[in-house]
Every structure is written in structure tokens, then in C-alpha cells.
Write a protein that binds this ligand. Structure first.
Ligand SMILES: Nc1ncnc2c1ncn2[C@@H]1O[C@H](COP(=O)(O)OP(=O)(O)O)[C@@H](O)[C@H]1O
Ligand SMILES: [Mg+2]
Length: 433
């Protein structure tokens, strides 16, 4: 079967790599992909981005299954278009993707179905929003309602920064239409985990648990980023908590969607805050896999990803149980200089470690530049193309050895301005004492 993966990040590289390893897959196309997907065996990049062109390609090439990586095409209804043309695609429809594309939609949904989440109120009037902050005090969380590429949330430690966030979103339109409404939430304390499931509309299959690191610098300091590293499993989600999350959060979510007349088929990612008593609340939903969580999760997946996604598209997930490597996996992101504010672009990546059974270098912001542009050697050269550049992901007998393997490989990577955290996994290592 030929399959198509939509997107260009590390998540899509990991999906394409895993799909290509299936004996049933003859060819993986990635649109548009990156320099890493271009080098994978059985994987080809496509310079196609418009939804109609993607549908046309899938139709004329006889693509058996399309998988959508990022949230934006889902929120814009790519799945609806494919389905209207009778093309097989894995991902939620535009209506279902509102769980991510509108935080107010998600909060109303959670409240309506009694699923644990932070107390909240939604405002489009700045005067009322300011009054709510004054009434409730700090710390308090201000969120742009719409998609804001991970930059639309301010966890305000004091009232002044909460008021400032409200003005920037509702008055100065810092996020455009995405910030025309704000969700203001009670600030929850605890440890975060990513709980991702595959849904076929009726049944769900949980993927391995994971945790990511959002802050740029070691010890979780510095600005928020798209994610500087991740590992799987998340030790904070022990068997008891796993069962409670399935019972109190995941199943009620699927039932709620059905009750609301929304068929959800795709990856569903619940971002959880787990308090010191082990109680989990939903921080947000994402309607796709996490990046970088996908990279360690795919390293651990031993069964066939195509079988799993096909079962979901065909509505018989109950017959599928993914198999996981019992070893943990850990991925460290190497970001471009200047990330996240103004990432450098076009720096030649002078060395890349070789992939092995226990180590894979997933690419994100990379491209192939001609020798003239890169100014080195005679072959086309891999260069940075902004933001997060690579995610070096390793398996190990325990998390510490996975980390040692990933960091040893990072020692070989060299490009101008590269930055990475040296403490990915520190929270999980503390759990193990
Ligand atoms: N109610 C809350 N209490 C404490 N921290 C929060 C709360 N909501 C969000 N956060 C923090 O802000 C981050 C981003 O918020 P989230 O809702 O996941 O939005 P997005 O991923 O779209 O930016 C979370 O990962 C978490 O660290
Ligand atoms: Mg989030």
C-alpha cells in the first residue's frame, strides 16, 4: 500500500519512518517533509501543500491511507475534503478538531460532560475579563481561544501580568481572531503528562504514555517552546492512574462526543495535570499526536503502525493491541540559534550521527540546500530551516541509559548556534529516586 503523511516536522518524520517499516507499505509520501524524510528508505517528499492538490495526488497515485500530522490542516477540514472524495484518511473532521481549535469549545464540552478540568470562564469583553481576574486573583491562566502555535497561553503569577495578557489578546489583537475570545482558568498545580489515544469513532486504544519539556532551558527555566524533549513512558502515570484516566477522562470524552453527534476518528491527545494526590484534570485537548512525544512513542512501538491506523479507519480497533518495547525511549530536541523568538535559518549541519536500532535522528526544521548555498563540499548539504531542527531519540534499558545514548549522539552534531537542554528526563529520573 502507498501511504501519505501530511506535515514537515519531527512528528511526521517519526510517523513516516514507522510506516515505512511496515511490510505492507510499498511507499510513503510526505507532504512537504524535510531533509530527514527525504533520506529515509521507501520515503519520498512531495512539494504539495494545498488541500485540493493533496486530494488530487491521493486519488491519482492510489494512496491507500493518508495520515495528518499537524493541527492546522485538521482544523481547516482536510479530513472532510478527503472523505467527501471517498479517500481514506486518518484524522478528525473539522467539527471534531474543534476540541483543539477552540479552547472555549473544549471547556464547554468538558463541563457539559462532567470531565475533570480547571474552573474557567470565557470572555470577549476586556472589562469583564479584567473584573474576573480582580475577583479571582493570581496565579491565574489566560488562554487565547483559537490556535496560536503554542504561544497563546499565559500562566500569570501575578494580577498585573494577567491584565497585560488580557489586553494583548482582547485589545491589541496579538493573536488576531484566535485571541478574540479568552478562556481564563484556575491555575492548577502538579505534574503534566501526555495521554494519547487512537480513536475509531467508537473504540479507543491508548498509546504509550509520555511527557515533554516545554521550557527552553535546563531546570524548566526560560520561555515556553514547542517542546525541547520528551520521553516515554511517563512514570507519573502508574497503572492505577492509567485506569482512572481511561475511566474518568478518555471514555467520558468519547461518550460525550457521540452524545454531541460528533464522530471522532484520529489521535486524541489529552494534556493532563496530575496533582500530588494522583488526581488528573484535563488542561487541554489536542486533536493530533504531540511533537516531540511522537518520536519516543514511535521508537517504542513494535507492532505495525499501518495495521493500527487502518483498523481505526475501518472502525474495528477492538481487534488491535499495539505492542510496545518495554524499554523507555527519550528524545532530545536540538533547536536553531535564536529559537523560539527568531530562529536562525540556513546553517549547514556539518555532522549527523548514524541511525541504529536503538537510536534515530528525527528531523524537523531541515532542508537540502545546493552545495553553492551551503558553501561546502560538492554534494547537496543538509541545512537548518528554523525552529526545532532535530530530535535525537534513543531507547535504553532504563531512562538514564536512553538519555546517555541520545546525548552521546548529540555530541557528534554540529551546526552554528545549536541549542539543546542537557536535562531531558530529569523529572522521570526523580520518580525512580
Ligand atoms: N489551568 C492551568 N493551570 C496551570 N498551568 C496551565 C493551565 N493551563 C495551561 N497551563 C500550562 O500552560 C501550558 C500550555 O497550555 P495548553 O492549554 O496546553 O495550551 P497550548 O498547548 O495550546 O499552548 C500547559 O502545558 C501548562 O504548562
Ligand atoms: Mg499544550
Amino acid at each position: 500500500m502507498k501511504v501519505l503523511v501530511v506535515g514537515s516536522g519531527g512528528r511526521e518524520h517519526a510517523l513516516a519512518w514507522k510506516l515505512a517499516s511496515s511490510e505492507r507499505v510499498s511507499q510513503v509520501y510526505v507532504a512537504p517533509g524535510n531533509a530527514g524524510t527525504a533520506r529515509e528508505p521507501k520515503v519520498t517528499n512531495l512539494a504539495i501543500e494545498s488541500p485540493d492538490a493533496l486530494c488530487d495526488f491521493a486519488q491519482t497515485e492510489g494512496i491507500g491511507l493518508t495520515v495528518v500530522g499537524p493541527e492546522a490542516p485538521l482544523a481547516h477540514g482536510l479530513v472532510d475534503r478527503f472523505e467527501a472524495r471517498g479517500l481514506r484518511i486518518f484524522g478528525p473532521t473539522r467539527a471534531a478538531a474543534q476540541l483543539e481549535s477552540s479552547k472555549d469549545f473544549a471547556k464547554q464540552f468538558l463541563v457539559r460532560h462532567g470531565i475533570p478540568t480547571a474552573r474557567h470562564a470565557t470572555f470577549s469583553d476586556p472589562v469583564a475579563a479584567h473584573a474576573y481576574v480582580t475577583e479571582n486573583g493570581a496565579p491565574i491562566v489566560i488562554k487565547a481561544d483559537g490556535l496560536a502555535a503554542g504561544k497563546g497561553v499565559v500562566v500569570a503569577a501575578d494580577e498585573a501580568s494577567a491584565h497585560q495578557a488580557i489586553d494583548s489578546m482582547l485589545v491589541d489583537s496579538a493573536f488576531g481572531a484566535a485571541g478574540a475570545r479568552v478562556v481564563i482558568e484556575e491555575c492548577l498545580i502538579g505534574e503534566e503528562a501526555s495521554f494519547i489515544v487512537v480513536c475509531d469513532g467508537e473504540q479507543v486504544v491508548p498509546l504509550a504514555t509520555s511527557q515533554d519539556h516545554k521550557r527552553l532551558f535546563d531546570r524548566d527555566q526560560g520561555p515556553n517552546t514547542g517542546g525541547m524533549g520528551a520521553y516515554s513512558p511517563a512514570p507519573v502515570v502508574d497503572d492505577g492512574l492509567h485506569a482512572r484516566v481511561m475511566r474518568d477522562i478518555i471514555r467520558p470524552t468519547l461518550e460525550g462526543l457521540r452524545a454531541d453527534g460528533i464522530r471522532y476518528r484520529g489521535f486524541l491527545y489529552a494534556g493532563l495535570m496530575i496533582d500530588s494526590t494522583g488526581e488528573a484534570k484535563v488542561l487541554e485537548f489536542n486533536c493530533r499526536l504531540g511533537d516531540p512525544e511522537t518520536q519516543p512513542i514511535m521508537m517504542r512501538l513494535q507492532s505495525d503502525l499501518l495495521d493500527l491506523l487502518e483498523a481505526a479507519v475501518e472502525g474495528h480497533l477492538e481487534q488491535t493491541t499495539p505492542r510496545w518495547d518495554s524499554r523507555p525511549a527519550l528524545g532530545v530536541v536540538i533547536a536553531a540559534g535564536g529559537y523560539p523568538e527568531s530562529p536562525r535559518q540556513g546553517d549547514p549541519i556539518r555532522a549527523l550521527p548514524a541511525n541504529t536500532a536503538d537510536l534515530h535522528v528525527f528531523h524537523a526544521g531541515t532542508a537540502m540546500a545546493s552545495a553553492a548555498v551551503a558553501g561546502e563540499g560538492s554534494e547537496a548539504q543538509c541545512v537548518t530551516r528554523g525552529g526545532r531542527v532535530l530530535c535525537v531519540t534513543a531507547l535504553g534499558d532504563d531512562l538514564a541509559s536512553a538519555g546517555r545514548r541520545a546525548y552521546a549522539a548529540i555530541g557528534e552534531v554540529a551546526f552554528e548556534g545549536m541549542q539543546f537542554r542537557t536535562d531531558i528526563g530529569h523529572r522521570a529520573l526523580q520518580h525512580h529516586g
